[in-house]
Design a protein around this ligand. Structure first.
Ligand code: AKB
Length: 316
């Protein structure tokens, strides 16, 4: 690789594991982690770290010059549930950070950009089952509006300025190393912590709310695969649908019960139910599978086993 990689938002749920995997693949010194706050010990000690506010374009440029960065993964964002509580702050973070990176790529300061979109780009008028790659998109959340807008700008910068930006619409990502913050899909992580601690969980989504989900290892594999794919295979320059699993809180609870027979779940839907109700139940990601050979590895029961073992090891 000609230059170094910069991860912005490296201390978040996905950023942490992405940074560690990229360091394993390309070498610790090749991958610069950055975030507004410090991350876990492994991340902080395994390679270079810079404190960056993702809305500070000048500082980002200074760090890019300092390390001779050629690729940026922009992982900083305010997620769906938190963004509803601070709409303008979410909009500014989610959009300003993207424009800084797209403009640096337009000015040839960097060569390649990864920017994640989300299933939140879809809304109540979108077909819910096997949601197609190209379909009606009328998001009703601040986060969804910012992601849909971001997708259009990615496509625009690619078509008008030749910016090599690559993107996918993440479903809910399930992991145990770093907790997510402020998402609607976070129940699918909390449930494992509570199942092990208290053998009971109160879900903030109703029992039959089906959402697209994915294990972290698959999300990291997809993210690195799309960045390594030959340019000509990336035919979608807004953002790819991406899918692995779809389940409801009830189905997840049943899968956990297979491992912890006396686990119990009840339901107290809150404001996040309204958000989840506007999102797809399942996603058609055949274009990603065709264009850059995306394939997922983890099914529901293997996710449950991995999560229980991972969370348990943290208690020890
Ligand atoms: C959220 O729930 O906000 C995120 C997402 C689906 O993008 N996990």
């Amino acid at each position: 690789m000609a230059g170094k990689i910069l991860i912005i938002g490296a201390c978040g749920q996905i950023g942490t594991e992405l940074t560690l995997k990229l360091r394993e693949n390309y070498g610790n010194e090749q991958v610069v982690a950055s975030d507004i706050r410090e991350g876990n010990e492994e991340l902080m000690q395994s390679g270079p770290f810079e404190t960056i506010d993702a809305t500070d374009g000048r500082l980002i440029e200074t760090v890019i010059d300092k390390y001779k960065v050629s690729e940026v993964y922009l992982m900083a964002a305010m997620l769906s549930a938190t963004a509803e509580k601070a709409p303008m702050k979410a909009w500014n973070l989610n959009m300003d950070s993207l424009f800084h990176i797209l403009n640096l790529a337009k000015d040839k300061k960097i060569k390649k950009v990864f920017w994640p979109s989300s299933i939140a780009v879809f809304g109540p008028t979108t077909p819910k089952e096997q949601t197609p790659q190209t379909t009606i998109m009328e998001p009703s959340t601040v986060y969804g509006i910012s992601k849909q807008t971001g997708e259009r700008w990615c496509k625009y910068y690619h078509d008008k300025y030749g910016v090599d930006v690559r993107s996918m619409r993440y479903p809910g990502i399930i992991s145990y190393k770093t907790l997510p913050g402020g998402g609607t899909t976070d129940y699918a992580i909390e449930i494992f912590h509570e199942a092990l601690k208290n053998k009971t969980y109160t879900s903030f989504l109703s029992e039959n709310t089906s959402l697209p989900m994915m294990y972290m290892n698959d999300a990291i594999k997809a993210t690195i695969d799309i960045m390594e794919a030959p340019t000509e295979t990336i035919r979608v320059r807004s953002s790819y649908n991406l899918s692995a699993l779809s389940f409801t809180p009830k189905i997840l609870a049943e899968a956990i019960k297979k491992e912890i027979p006396d686990f119990k779940i009840d339901y107290a839907p809150d404001f996040r139910q309204e958000i989840a109700g506007t999102w797809p139940s399942s996603i058609d990601d055949s274009q990603a599978r065709e264009d850059w050979r995306w394939e997922h590895d983890f099914d529901l029961q293997s996710v449950v086993k991995e999560m229980l073992a991972g969370v348990k090891a943290q208690f020890a």
